[in-house]
Design a protein. Structure first.
Lengths: 104, 410
């Protein structure tokens, strides 16, 4: 597995840059990850990111957009406004989790 | 007398009932299966119906004919489960007390959950192949299709048999060629994920299959509504994909009674320990097959392998011993690719689909992540194995746990 240096720290990532060890993540790192994809985090961004992290602790899986919306209570429209184009992928990237996957 | 109640007489419920009936003494255990009807479909056959590769009557049987003697079969709808009182209430008032309960009520497509999906166009210009009626209706829609945009769409994961939409577009490519209208058709694959393939090895090995068939992928598409008048699907970020024939996979949800009973997550799937399928909330409840939230494919093979583990564990539990068997998430899925060929996937919770041969090293006869005739014949043969070996609970010469034998590790 490749690794990269973000915010002066050695981080394990996959070929697309997603963290492979969610425990290496913290909120300071999230700011750097967001900056990598052109997003400046506001309090509105933190709500879904914190939900994803909390949900991952119990589910061991990255929540789908629908789950963020129905369980996390954030409308899908808003997620698209916060993370334009690809909210599922961008949110999981910033939250230091794997992107949602299919079986192949 | 102890009582085991199984809600659902599909693949998982029928297998579990038959295997346990053969092992649990009749004088000590009553086994009851509840289903809302007496119909058992071979669900992998749905995909073949639109293309005339299976006749509808080949895939439909009666549930009760597959249940062994000594199993009570009740045709009724479940009103609610009352886990604190260990009791199931059926619509109409009948009550079934239980010592242990198995929720095996599967997952169901829910077109009502997407605005505009239902209407006069449903099972006509907006079709699906995850129900018997839908598959038969789609056969007629495809017959009438003379070219234009054929759009295969997935609403949101998880879905039953997640490879079926891929199979559909590859079979459609073949079918339209044979009818001489492939050149007049654009095939589009619309997915909420960031591509048709999301696992590294599968992406590398299979990515070209869609490209060489000229199938266009529209990724990251989260549907907000169907506009059947304008014949477009609209995403939350206001992209529009026009169609002449839309084939959709509606949102999949577990049974409503699971939600009503407080047993489910946001999609009515029962949260369970992924290795034992035991409810995380109630020790007396298990969920088998598509009804649980285990993080692997909702597929018949998973139901089959997990039921084998469950039965071993349940016999220990019934004898007052701890459960020692652990399910590894094993799935084994054929992927029809058209032209009389198919691919094969074999994976589990920890191992993504890899290349290699199956089940034997080098010899196969089936190949993993690669098109072959042998894979296709394996898929065709499986319908008879399903009716005659799997459902009755007879032993299959395939281990429940995934094996690395024959696989090429990365």
């Amino acid at each position: 597995m490749p690794s990269t240096t973000i915010a002066g720290r050695e981080i394990d990532v996959d070929a697309e840059g997603f963290l492979t060890k969610p425990e290496q993540w913290d909120e300071a790192l999230a700011e750097s990850l967001a900056a990598n994809i052109g997003i400046t985090l506001t309090e509105a961004h933190w709500v879904p990111i914190r939900f994803l992290r909390k949900d991952f602790e119990t589910q061991k899986e990255t929540a789908t957009l629908r789950r963020v919306s129905t369980v996390g209570g954030i409308p899908v429209k808003e997620l698209f406004a916060l993370f334009p184009g690809k909210p599922a992928k961008k949110m999981s990237y910033v939250a230091g989790l794997q992107k949602p996957k299919g079986c192949v | 007398m102890r009582s085991l109640v199984i809600l659902g007489g599909g693949t998982a419920g029928t297998m579990a009932a038959n295997k346990l009936r053969a092992k649990l003494p009749r004088a000590e255990w009553q086994i009851t299966v509840v289903d809302q009807d007496d119909i058992h479909d071979y669900q992998p056959g749905y995909l073949f119906i639109p293309f005339g590769m299976n006749a509808p009557e080949q895939i439909r049987r009666s549930t009760h004919t597959f249940l062994a003697d000594g199993i009570d079969f009740v045709v009724a709808e479940v009103d609610i489960v009352e886990p604190a009182d260990q009791r199931v209430r059926l619509v109409g008032g009948r009550e079934l007390p239980y010592d242990y309960l198995i929720v095996a009520s599967g997952t169901t497509p829910r077109p009502d959950q997407t605005p505009g999906m239902l209407g006069d166009h449903w099972h006509d210009t907006v079709g699906e192949f995850y129900t018997f009626d839908g598959a038969v209706a789609l056969r007629e829609s495809l017959k009438r299709f003379t070219g234009g945009r054929l759009v295969m769409h997935i609403t949101e994961l998880p879905i039953k048999c997640p490879v079926a939409p891929l199979e559909f577009v590859m079979l459609a490519d073949d079918y339209l060629r044979q009818r001489g209208i492939r050149e007049a058709t654009e095939i589009v694959y619309v997915t909420p994920l960031d591509g048709a393939f999301t696992k590294p090895v599968a992406s590398r090995e299979l990515g070209h299959h869609l490209e060489q068939r000229d199938i266009h992928v529209e990724p990251d598409f989260m549907i907000e509504s169907v506009d059947a008048e304008r014949k477009v699907i609209v995403s939350y970020d206001e992209r529009e994909v026009p169609y002449d024939l839309l084939v959709t996979v509606p949102l999949n949800m577990g049974a409503d009674f699971v939600g009503r009973s407080g047993l489910g997550d946001e999609l009515n799937y029962v949260p369970v320990d992924k290795h034992t399928m035991q409810s995380t909330a109630y020790e007396t409840i298990f969920a088998l097959g598509d009804a649980s939230n285990i993080p692997t494919s909702k597929a018949g093979s998973v139901a089959h392998f997990s039921v084998e583990i469950f039965v071993e564990n349940f016999l220990q539990l019934a004898a007052g011993r701890p459960m020692t068997h652990r399910f590894d998430g094993h799935a084994n899925c054929f992927v029809e690719s058209g032209g009389g060929k198919a691919l094969l996937l074999d994976f589990n919770y920890d191992t993504e689909p890899l290349t290699g041969t199956f089940p034997l090293p080098k010899i196969g006869p089936m190949s993993l992540l690669k098109e072959s005739r042998a894979n296709h014949l394996g898929k065709l043969a499986f319908r008879q194995i399903y009716w005659n070996v799997l459902l009755p609970g007879r032993p299959m010469p395939l281990p429940a746990a995934m094996s690395m034998t024959g696989k090429n590790p990365e």
